[in-house]
Design a protein around this ligand. Structure first.
Ligand code: HEM
Ligand code: SF4
Ligand code: SF4
Length: 529
């Protein structure tokens, strides 16, 4: 059931994302930058909030007038800031909802990823806490409605001895101290939200917290345009003698408020409790079965730290050497953070299939799918190819080529070290190599596609050697739902291969082991111990 919902959602996301990606590239696809946009909107809300605070009177008597002054007398700067504050906050809700759904749709929330998902839950509560306390401060009719309904909701919980809703029923009992408390909350809750946002991405290496400049500029300009076109305005001064009858609601922050009349306060709490419980449990419904974590083989580790730099999940730390080899450090895997993506295997300079030794070993490897098995499967798959257009496909198990016959499947394309592509071509195992990953904007292992591209382009260690003919290597990207297009692109590449002149590369000198340090393959030359 959950799987079916996920597939439908994923199909929906891809339907929107594909044209975006094709027209503007992943950098301008907002759905591929949701977390970063969340941070960006947060900063807009913070800066505009600080600006508004210069004009805002925190006392209950003058609060409404000070907001009117902002919107009417100083509309061209402070008024625009007020609208920016509101609309960026609204967009944060849109971003959070879409981000949550997308993480779910792409199955990027289970297993090791439970941490980011789980910390997202308090963020939803804190975001709503920030927005609701903000509406309170305007002290207009909407604020009165929000204040009364929130207080009645809180009164339903056994927290306060005295019912606090009474504060808002009549002028006499209202305390401005309560209003000041709300001002304080409207600053403290977002600050706490920022703290949880930081915790949220703690287990992710190189999190995208800044959207590409162009996307940020477009978002900001759009927000300014909407702020000028439809400025955020107040809805008349609070009148505590009368209950507010009709108010315009912000449907991003207050969709449940009208439901208190139909469901009752208890019903709304029951809904919120069930929603939170469901979100909290989702990473384990059902739990992700994953392969065993990567393991370091010290005899083949020279402490170069490439694996730690490439791991998308901060699962590798460099620690002091423990085996007496003349290197200052060694890699250490934290198994509870490892997703078994294999990217570290592709990053390790010891991962070279050219080694002659039967027992092919490397510095870091996956126990359930090691480099030796990868080499064997590569050779097996190559044997099945025939003709003069033999394209050997390395397919990510999450991408569009995963179900094609004869492919070498990998947990992530970046598990294949560039020397493996060199090996295939220089040993004439195939005429060309296809690296078939997930869709560009949705790499399952976050950084696998980026690292693969950089290794081939020669901008990231370990490089693909310059002698390897790049025209014989194709990167084909597409999701599991784009299998037909991916297959067609692979077929087109294979046809093209037949037109290339045959050129067999000379194999590099074989390399037995890193323990005797001079014996590294040429593609690893120059690595400092
Ligand atoms: C203020 C709200 C939020 C912000 C600003 C935010 C931001 C981010 C950022 C920047 C990332 C890293 C993205 C990357 O570089 O790959 C991320 C990852 C993630 N977020 Fe959020 N997030 C928010 C709310 C949520 C919520 C409500 C959930 C779900 C309950 C959630 C679930 C996740 C998950 C599961 C990941 C991990 C992705 C992965 O492992 O590939 N986030 N978030
Ligand atoms: S397998 Fe992936 S998650 Fe695990 S240590 Fe290697 S790069 Fe990190
Ligand atoms: S040699 Fe391999 S395992 Fe050791 S630090 Fe470098 S990349 Fe990591």
């Amino acid at each position: 059931m959950i799987r079916a919902v996920r597939s439908v959602l994923r199909y929906g996301f891809e339907l929107i994302e594909r044209p975006f990606g094709r027209l503007f590239g992943p950098a301008l696809n907002p759905l591929a930058q949701l977390g970063a946009l969340g941070f960006f909107f947060f900063w807009i809300v913070t800066i505009s909030g600080i600006y508004l605070f210069i004009f805002f009177d925190t006392g209950i008597e003058r609060a409404y007038e000070s907001v009117q002054y902002i919107s009417q007398d100083q509309w061209f700067h402070a008024g625009v800031m007020r609208s920016l504050h509101r609309y960026a906050a609204d967009l944060m809700v849109v971003m959070v909802a879409t981000h949550l759904l997308r993480q779910f749709a792409y199955d990027q929330y289970r297993g090791v990823r439970w941490f980011s998902w789980f910390t997202g839950l308090p963020m939803i509560w804190l975001l709503y806490g920030s927005g609701i306390t903000g509406y309170w401060l305007v002290w207009d009719k909407l604020a009165q409605y929000v204040a009364i309904t929130t207080s009645e909701l809180l009164d339903r919980l056994p927290i306060f001895g005295e019912p606090i809703a009474r504060n808002f029923i009549s002028t006499g009992t209202l305390t401005s101290r309560f209003f000041t408390l709300m001002v304080f909350m409207h600053i403290a809750v977002p600050l706490f939200l920022l703290f949880v946002m930081w915790v949220h991405i703690l287990r992710i290496s190189r999190p995208k917290i800044n959207p590409p400049r162009m996307l940020a500029a477009i978002s900001l300009l759009a927000l300014i345009a909407v702020s000028l076109w439809k400025p955020a305005l107040s809805q008349g001064h609070v009148d505590l003698a009368k209950a507010p009858v009709e108010v315009g609601l912000d449907w991003f922050y207050l969709p449940l408020y009208p439901l208190t009349d139909t469901w009752g306060k208890g019903g709304v709490w029951a809904f919120l409790g069930a929603f939170s419980l469901m979100i909290g449990l989702m990473p384990w419904l059902p739990p992700l079965r994953r392969a065993r974590a990567a393991e370091v083989d010290l005899a083949h580790c020279n402490g170069c730290a490439r694996c730690a730099e490439d791991c998308p999940y901060e699962a590798i730390r460099m620690v002091a050497r423990t085996d007496g080899l003349p290197f200052p450090s060694q890699a250490q895997v934290n198994a509870s953070l490892c997703t078994s993506c294999g990217i570290c295997v592709g990053a390790c300079p010891s991962s070279t299939p050219f080694r002659r030794s039967e027992e092919l070993r490397t510095g870091i490897d996956l126990p359930d799918y090691n480099l030796k098995t990868l080499r064997e499967r590569t050779i097996e798959a190559a044997k099945m190819l025939g003709g003069s257009n033999r394209a050997l496909v390395f397919a990510c198990e999450h991408g569009g080529a995963r179900s094609l016959d004869g492919v070498v499947r990998l947990p992530c394309v970046a598990m294949a070290p560039p020397s493996l592509f060199d090996f295939v071509l220089s040993r004439d195992l195939a005429d060309g190599v296809v690296i078939a990953g997930c869709a560009e904007s949705a790499c399952f292992n976050r950084l696998g596609i980026a690292w693969t591209r950089q290794r081939i382009a020669g901008t990231r260690d370990p490089y693909l050697r310059t002698r390897v003919p790049r025209e014989r290597i194709a990167v084909v990207l597409g999701s599991a739902l784009e299998a037909r297009r991916v297959a067609a692109e692979i077929a087109t590449f294979a046809e093209k291969l037949a037109t290339f002149p045959r050129k067999i590369l000379r194999s590099p000198r074989p390399t037995p082991s890193i323990s005797s340090r001079e014996e590294r393959a040429p593609s690893q030359a120059g690595i400092a111990p």
